[in-house]
Write a protein that binds this ligand. Structure first.
Ligand SMILES: Nc1ncnc2c1ncn2[C@@H]1O[C@H](COP(=O)(O)OP(=O)(O)OP(=O)(O)O)[C@@H](O)[C@H]1O
Ligand SMILES: [Mg+2]
Length: 382
């Protein structure tokens, strides 16, 4: 059976196939690290230069050359970062196929730019997480509403009963005074009859105050949940946001550490902004802190405080720390040392842009093997 028609040879057909292949493809001579061939898509991608060095950061490029030179097995679905459109960071998904002939060895490198795809995927994942939080809030809102209804009913009923008791007390008080006038001072429930006129009304007032406090607390909580369900600009109580994030991540926290603590400064001024976005930042930072812990004995502390005309949220972990050489890159989109465990390298990038929307800043200090301290500074309106 004749496999090829006419004059075309197998190598010509393969060349045509490679040239019109739908993704960029480069053929390397790995021994000399020399480009032997670029197909049309690869030429388009590299804008007709074959300068791969300009495509990568220096250390990434050194790794890449090493990968090509040492490639003896098929490597598929690997990811490498590159300088997209000049200097922003992008991601390439690539495959390497080594081909050994009698006296030569080739490596075929195929790749595609997955920067936008990953960004969209990550945004979708984060939106979904936000939806889950919203969903939880809706259920909490439902439960809180019915509990608050019940509790407010009981509070009203207690206040009404106390009012009646108060009226009865006036009559009882007159009787006590009459009896005292005839028989001298005596004890009423362990209280001297001369003092009951002060002590009993005071006790009753404190009961009324207590009942009002219960009712206010429930109303505040309900309001807080409702605020959380609204996504627009609002006044934010930072301590409350932290408490809520901790409640949401409670199980997660326990998986990573048995030494988790919170130290919130009371009476912090409120800040203005989008509550859910701030929540997202705290979740990102807290998850990073937890993921950095090498064992459950190491801890994480979240605290809040005031410094000058700004308030701060500090997340201090006793994790592995951030090595000096990667510190300048951690806010870049797609910079991650956790790709293998599902990191996308967008957490800090998104957090930084949100905090900048708030008019604040994020300051990081870290010591390798000791831990990392992240402070989020936020302006408040006095
Ligand atoms: N608390 C921390 N301790 C140690 N390293 C950290 C800490 N926070 C951030 N990093 C480093 O900064 C990198 C970037 O963090 P970032 O949150 O942006 O991405 P990620 O955590 O890798 O992925 P994800 O998109 O899931 O958040 C991390 O991969 C990690 O190397
Ligand atoms: Mg992260």
């Amino acid at each position: 059976m004749k496999l090829f028609q006419g004059e075309a040879t197998l190598s010509e057909i393969l060349l045509k196939f490679i040239e019109s292949y739908s993704t960029p493809l480069i053929v390397f001579d790995p021994e000399r690290y020399e480009i032997l061939y670029l197909n049309e898509k690869a030429r388009e991608f590299l804008r007709d230069t074959s300068d791969l060095a300009a495509l990568f950061q220096e250390d990434e490029y050194i790794n890449f050359i090493k990968l090509i030179k040492d490639c003896h097995n098929i490597e598929e679905k690997r990811v490498i970062s590159f300088k997209k459109d000049g200097n922003t960071k992008g991601l390439l998904l690539f495959n390497l196929y080594p081909i050994a002939c009698d006296d030569c060895r080739l490596v075929i490198f195929t790749f595609s730019d997955i920067t936008e795809k990953i960004k969209h995927k990550e945004e979708k994942r984060r939106k979904n997480a936000q939806l889950i939080i919203q969903d939880k809030l809706k259920s909490i809102d439902l439960v809180t509403s019915s509990i608050s209804h019940e509790i407010n009913n009981i509070c009203n009923f207690m206040i009404n009963n106390l009012k009646i008791t108060f009226q009865a007390w006036n009559d009882v008080f007159n009787l006590i005074k009459e009896y005292e006038g005839e028989n001298g001072e005596f004890l009423v429930g362990g209280i001297s009859s001369s003092e009951v006129s002060i002590v009993i009304p005071r006790l009753m007032m404190s009961l009324i105050e207590g009942i009002n406090r219960i009712s206010d607390t429930i109303d505040d909580f309900k309001k807080y949940i409702r605020d959380g369900l609204r996504s627009e600009f609002s006044s934010i109580n930072v301590n409350e946001v932290i408490r809520r994030v901790v409640a949401i991540l409670n199980h997660h926290i326990f998986t990573y550490t048995e030494n988790f603590s919170i130290n919130l400064t009371n009476s912090l001024p409120e800040i203005k902004g989008n509550l859910q976005k701030l929540e997202q930042v705290i979740i990102n930072l807290l998850i990073n802190a937890l993921q950095s812990l090498p064992d459950r004995q190491r801890g994480v502390l979240i605290s809040t405080g005031l410094e000058g005309d700004r308030l701060y949220i500090e997340i201090h972990d006793e994790g592995i720390g951030i090595p000096k050489n990667i510190m300048p890159h951690i806010f870049e989109p797609f910079f991650s040392t956790k790709y293998s465990t599902g990191g996308s390298g967008l957490g800090l990038y998104l957090s930084k842009s949100i905090i900048e929307e708030f008019g604040g800043e994020i300051i990081i200090s870290s010591k390798e093997n000791k831990g990392t301290k992240i402070r989020v500074y936020l302006p408040y309106e006095s």
